[in-house]
Design a protein around this ligand. Structure first.
Ligand code: B1M
Length: 209
């Protein structure tokens, strides 16, 4: 039998989003389990891509293509998944803080988290502190991720963390984005900071591990 799972993994690494669904269909028709496709094909590809990105072997546009391909594949198999095929590591609410419209990096982080096994609720850009709080409560999230790309929106990140603490929510707060650093994260009372998507995955796995 063809090594479908390996081929699926390679298609994700190469960012071949137009071929991925056909390959998955072929694999399923030939008896490969959906769990195998997801865990050893789609997700495993992201485990290869993360370190390649961190070492500079892959650049952002390539990673976005891979993440998009993984997403296309995941969207196709999601309705076919049975309980136990994909065990969620936990629920994460992620968004860009109020006043900030940048979402490329945040979406990349969201996709990497999803492909690593988390359930990700991506609430989008320009989200108020209250919107984050509402999403955490509604989704019973264990982690919230805040992204800010502008120095002028860093105070909104501070306000969001402050409201989360004020409400006494039992949630770990991860922050990131170009102007953010560990010192700022500590100052505003966040539980963790990472400078990139790979680091965000490691950080969030640490929160639930
Ligand atoms: Co904007 N912009 N922008 N922009 N923009 C920057 C951020 C800027 C650095 C450009 C510059 O002047 N050199 C500058 C900010 C300066 C500052 O405050 N220090 C800037 C500015 C000034 C502005 C406007 C004010 C421009 C204007 O209108 N005068 C305006 C603001 C709009 C607003 O938000 N209110 C604006 C608008 C825009 C566009 C809409 C045109 C567009 C955004 C499109 C979109 O996102 N859909 C845009 C873009 C594309 C950029 C640059 C060029 C690229 C950002 C990006 O996507 N990078 C950017 C310059 C730059 O960064 N080179 C710039 C790629 C992305 C993969 O990286 O987002 O850093 P990044 O995400 C990384 C990490 O930061 C981290 O992981 C990601 C993956 O590795 N990360 C997290 C991010 N979030 C995380 C969360 C985590 C953990 C890690 O935990 C939860």
């Amino acid at each position: 039998m063809a090594n479908y799972v390996e081929e699926i993994k390679e298609l994700v690494i190469d960012g071949e989003d137009e071929e991925i669904v056909d390959k998955i269909k072929e694999a399923i028709d030939d008896g490969v389990s959906v769990g195998d496709i997801v865990n050893n094909g789609l997700i495993e590809a992201m485990n290869v891509i993360g370190p390649m990105m961190a070492s500079g072997e892959l650049f952002v546009p390539e990673v976005l293509m891979s993440a998009e391909t993984m997403q296309v594949g995941l969207n196709y198999v999601k309705p076919l998944l049975q309980d136990g095929d994909l065990k969620s590591l936990g629920t994460i609410v992620i968004g860009t803080v109020e006043g900030d419209l940048h979402d490329i990096g945040k979406n990349l982080v969201a996709m990497m988290l999803e492909s690593s096994g988390f359930t990700v609720i991506n609430i989008g850009i320009d989200q108020s502190p209250q919107a984050f709080v509402d999403a955490i409560v509604e989704n019973n999230a264990q982690i919230v991720g805040l992204s800010a790309l502008l120095t002028t929106t860093m105070p909104a990140m501070r306000d969001t963390v402050a409201l989360i603490k004020e409400k006494g929510l039992d949630v770990k707060v991860a922050v990131g984005g170009a102007p953010v650093n560990k010192e700022f994260a500590d100052t505003i009372g966040a539980d963790g900071y990472s400078e990139d998507a790979t680091g965000a995955v490691a950080l969030c796995k640490g929160f639930v591990g």
